[in-house]
Design a protein around this ligand. Structure first.
Ligand code: UD1
Length: 426
């Protein structure tokens, strides 16, 4: 059991923590995971720089090892080599820890010609079906049966194809790219997801020897290879970690500079933070947020596919809505049940009403400390941000959810002047 204890030693007048300093943005979780899956395609060594030390990445590396691969981590660098593939099965105890294990499907199928994958686990934020993945893989000639919670897949006759996704699912786009890149033939994906992590994967697959065009746009063309090479690749910066710490500065007030960032990936957030009264400046690889006084409510925030407002920043942003002057409406368009953190936030004095996918906040001036439970990764991060603002000592239980995606958040926040302690009980 991991918990985070956030101490807000505000004075008798309730002066909150003011975050001040420079931090470096971690590598992107949502890029590192499919890149590790892609490493299955090659029998040569792959080296990933800037690969974040977070639980999801460690679990993905465990899955890679369980298939017969060698993994090594030195600081932020990870080396992976799948010289001989011993197994094409992803067992339920590993898949249960990590929803992204489903991304292994495409690359395991390409490399081994077959795959047995347990239905994936991960954040409990909605139904999260994988029908779009399976439909696309079937269109590429993969035969799929379901048995006892496992998917049994046969790719003996897999081929390139023209695939149109019913919805631009990030994971389905990545799965199709991984299969297409690892078999001979041409594939075109229509209505592909345009998230920046897709572009990162496309660049990496090109380094491995596939020809990928259009990754990051709605149409991706891939000419695959069955002789993938090794590669050295730098994982892109994590736009969600970047956004979370930018929001933290706006919630608490502060002057925070985030380096090793890609500001263009968070333009939708920058717009909203400016509306709330924060000053946001950026250059090619850093972002600065300066916020003073009470934030102003921004009216309405709706999550959408990239370049819309990211669903992964909805929970952290809800803390800003909760303490802003005025009312804010947040509409969650991507996942059905991504408001679980709000019940915990109300224990801290947040005033919010929820109906379906819509949450309406009446901003309050102060929050009070409480013992709260992280229910999922981004909801857990939101509770930490609320703890920074709340008077007293907040305890966020189930910190394991937060560790899945944020590399040492206590160190990052403490470097900005906060007082966060991580406690791990047996
Ligand atoms: C990825 C990200 C996650 C982010 C999400 C949306 C990773 C590891 N995770 O998740 O952090 O919140 O994109 O930006 O990269 N859907 C279906 N059927 C499918 C696939 C998806 O109905 O086969 C639905 C989902 O239930 C959800 C929506 O489509 O409502 C978006 O899902 P998707 O884009 O696939 O997200 P993930 O790849 O799971």
């Amino acid at each position: 059991m991991t918990r985070y204890i956030i101490n807000n030693s505000s004075d008798a007048y309730g002066k909150p923590i003011y975050l001040k300093g420079n931090i470096t943005v971690q590598g992107a979780k949502n890029s590192a995971l499919p890149l590790i899956a892609a490493a299955v395609l090659s029998d040569s060594e792959v080296e990933l720089y800037n690969c974040p030390e977070i639980a999801d990445v460690e679990n993905m590396m465990k899955i890679f090892s369980s298939l017969g691969g060698r993994t090594e981590r030195i600081g932020d660098n990870v080396r992976l080599k799948m010289e001989d593939m011993r197994s094409h099965e992803i067992k339920s105890e590993l898949a249960g820890e990590l929803r992204s294990s489903v991304f292994m499907l495409g690359s395991v199928l390409a490399r081994a010609g077959a795959a047995k994958v347990a239905y994936p686990g991960g954040c409990d934020i909605g139904l999260r079906p994988i029908d779009i993945h399976l439909k696309a893989l079937r269109e590429m000639g993969v035969r799929i049966r379901e048995e006892y919670g496992y998917l049994l897949c046969d790719a003996t006759n897999a081929h390139g194809a023209e695939v149109t996704l019913d919805y631009p699912s990030v994971g389905a786009t990545e799965n199709v790219m991984l299969l297409a890149a690892g078999i001979r033939g041409s594939t075109v994906i229509h209505n592909a997801a345009r998230e920046p992590e897709i572009e990162d994967l496309g660049n990496f697959l090109s380094m491995l020897g596939a020809a990928v065009e259009g990754a990051g746009t709605q149409i991706i063309k891939i000419e695959g290879t069955d002789k993938a090479r090794g590669a050295k690749f730098r994982v892109m910066p994590d736009r969600i970690a970047l956004g979370t710490y930018m929001i933290a500065a706006a919630v608490c007030g502060g002057e925070v500079t985030l380096s090793a960032a890609r500001p263009e990936h968070v333009f939708s957030l920058i717009g909203k933070l400016r509306e709330s009264g924060a000053e946001v400046d950026y250059n090619s690889d850093s972002v600065s947020v300066r916020a003073d006084g009470r934030p102003k409510a921004v009216g309405i925030v709706e999550t959408g596919t990239y370049p819309g407002f990211p669903t992964d920043l909805q929970a952290p942003f809800s803390v800003l809505a909760a303490v802003s002057e005025g009312s804010t409406v947040i509409v969650e368009n991507i996942f059905e049940t991504r408001f679980k953190h709000l019940a915990e936030l109300t224990k801290m004095g947040v005033s919010v009403k929820v109906k379906g996918r819509v949450a309406v906040f009446e901003g309050v001036r102060t929050l009070s400390a409480a013992q709260v439970q992280a229910m999922d990764l981004r909801g857990g991060a939101a509770l930490m941000l609320a703890g920074l603002k709340a008077r007293g000592t907040t305890v966020v239980e189930n910190g394991l959810h937060i560790e899945r995606g944020y590399a040492a958040p206590e160190k990052v926040l403490n470097a900005l002047g906060a007082s966060v302690t991580k406690v791990r009980n047996k």
